[in-house]
Design a protein around this ligand. Structure first.
Ligand code: DX5
Ligand code: ZN
Length: 225
């Protein structure tokens, strides 16, 4: 089995206060989140526009967390080097945005980062088998990308299990990440199917008791406290 033993929480800055991003990054670190998730949107692959590598380099000095970049953009291959220079640790590209997926994943690794591949809810994971040796993370979208605060799609639980079966054939560790509508309840369900990395925007930064409580609740549900 090639799943990492330790589960990780990745608070999504999309739900943080854009006027105080550095504070939000520090809060996530202090709350015990191993990853910090950056949702990069270009107004083309998804309707909204968010931020780019400048945000990554601005936050790099404030925390040593793993910077997990989710590129919801067309032509991601054009942006890999900029994110590497900015201090990203991992870059995930969408299968739907890559004509030459294996080449892009290779490019991410050659830039010194972990390579991730994301699948929209309607996309089959058949391609995974053919890029397995070049992937460090598989992102199963549990909502349609573009917006925070959407409802978890329960059909994706089956897809996580499908990904787990494929990933188990890899000789190296591969994270299975879930993103969209992740709460303590849905995180626990995803973990049962094999998910090991949990992106959460609303349930962390929108938690009425604070982001640290949100992270603690997720860890509690995953028995990682
Ligand atoms: C959606 C993004 C997510 C988003 C998740 O396109 O990829 O990372 O921030 O937000 P929640 O946790 O609120 O569903
Ligand atoms: Zn995301």
């Amino acid at each position: 089995m090639s799943l990492p033993q330790k589960k990780v929480i990745a608070p999504s800055l999309l739900s943080a206060d854009f006027g105080h991003m550095a504070d939000s990054a520090v809060i996530a670190k202090e709350g015990g989140a191993e990853y910090l998730h950056f949702d990069v949107m270009d107004g083309a692959f998804v309707p909204p526009i968010t931020f780019g590598p400048q945000m990554v380099s601005a936050l790099r000095p404030v925390t040593d967390q793993f910077f997990d970049i989710h590129l919801m953009i067309e032509h991601p291959e054009r942006q890999i080097e900029s994110f590497a220079k900015a201090g990203a640790n991992g870059v995930t590209v969408h299968v739907e945005a890559c004509t030459h997926l294996q080449r892009v994943l290779q490019q991410i690794r050659e830039a010194g980062m972990k390579a991730g591949v994301a699948f929209n809810p309607h996309s089959s994971v058949d391609a995974l088998e053919w890029v397995l040796d070049t992937a460090d993370l598989v992102l199963v979208m549990t909502v349609n990308p573009g917006y925070g605060g959407q409802k978890f799609l329960p059909l994706m639980l089956h897809k996580i299990a499908e990904v787990r079966d494929i990933v188990s054939k890899a000789p190296h560790d591969i994270h299975i990440e879930v993103d969209g509508g992740i709460t303590p309840e849905t995180a626990a369900k995803c973990a049962m199917q094999g998910a090991t990395a949990f992106v959460a925007g609303t349930s962390v930064y929108g938690n009425p008791k604070g982001a640290s409580e949100g992270i603690a609740a997720l860890k509690g549900a995953l028995h990682e406290r």
